[in-house]
Design a protein. Structure first.
Length: 312
């Protein structure tokens, strides 16, 4: 059912193997590469954030530039991320307590250490999903919708999010789950996820879909953060939209229309970028410039003694 997607080699010995599924689309939308269970329902996790950002934009939220990028991103909780989230909430007439995501430490290690030294505690604005939640609250304020119940699946904003996922993927979501941040999460197939990100990346100028894609391309530091692999991959391949998600999910689409969606079934994310790049190269997409991301070093005694690489 699942395919062998990547292996971990230490000192010439294959130590571990990642199985899962990958679906890649040619620019004309044809399924150019399929490994594993590409037609089975899966949970896109934070790879769905660009579509949730689209729902916020379409609902009237005043989002653009970094605001739209962080709405579609999973930021690392650095100071400039937290400051923008606070500003977005203020524009909606709200404060950090309105955020429905849990309090968390920033993923950025330097920022986390600085907070600990300053005696600060974990905070909702530092949680990697707080940009999405701030955008959702902005949309509710703009549309006159209730902000206290914005995370319920029946809320008008979440119905808009479901509609965006279903429209762009071309399929009905068979299951609604709750994501780690508390927001509704709509299942779809891996092939459907690839179709959705392709539609976003190739949308015509002037459309809300194109606005989301262009904001992510222009401000990758708000999609991830300092050293974040999604940010680095977008910088290495200008024009490419990239968004990872928890439990081994990643989507990417080039401006030419090549698209890929990856799901590692053990939930580990370390090989997802390498797998996505291998799939894009396999279907003819240009990946020059991202060579350093095609493998992940395996360390021994603090130095490289092997690598994690794709096995498509």
């Amino acid at each position: 059912m699942y395919a062998r997607l990547a292996e971990v080699v230490r000192s010439g010995f294959t130590e571990s193997v990642h199985f899962g599924s990958v679906a890649a689309l040619a620019p004309d939308g044809a399924l150019a590469l399929a490994r594993g269970a590409v037609d089975e329902p899966m949970l896109p996790r934070s790879s769905a954030k660009p579509f949730q950002a689209l729902a916020c934009l379409s609902s009237g939220a005043a989002l653009g530039g970094p605001r739209l990028a962080i709405a579609a991103g999973s930021h690392t909780g650095e100071d400039f991320h937290a400051e923008l989230v606070r500003a977005m909430l203020a524009e909606a007439g709200l404060g950090p307590s309105a955020l429905g995501c849990p309090a968390d430490w920033p993923e950025d290690e330097a920022t986390r250490h600085a907070m600990v030294r300053a005696g600060e505690d974990r905070a909702r604005v530092r949680m990697n999903c707080s940009g999405k939640h701030a955008a959702m609250l902005m949309a509710c304020a703009a549309a006159g919708w209730d902000t206290a119940s914005y995370l319920t699946a029946a809320h008008p904003l979440q119905r808009q999010a479901r509609s965006a996922v279903e429209r762009l993927s071309g399929e009905k979501s068979p299951h609604t789950a709750v994501d780690g941040c508390g927001a509704p999460l709509f299942a779809l197939s891996l092939a459907g996820l690839a179709r959705a990100v392709q539609a976003l990346a190739t949308a015509p100028q002037g459309t809300p879909e194109r606005a989301v894609a262009d904001a992510m391309r222009a401000h990758p530091e708000y999609v991830g953060g300092t050293g974040h692999v999604n940010t680095e991959l977008m910088r290495a391949l200008p024009g490419t939209v990239v968004k990872g998600g928890a439990e081994g999910v990643l989507v990417a689409a080039t401006s030419e229309g090549h698209a890929v969606a990856v799901k590692v079934i053990d939930g580990g994310p370390r090989a997802t970028s390498a797998i996505a790049l291998a799939a894009l190269a396999e279907i003819g997409a240009a990946t020059a410039g991202a060579e350093s991301l095609t493998t992940v070093p395996v360390l021994g005694g603090g130095r490289p003694v092997g690598e994690v690489h794709a096995t498509l």
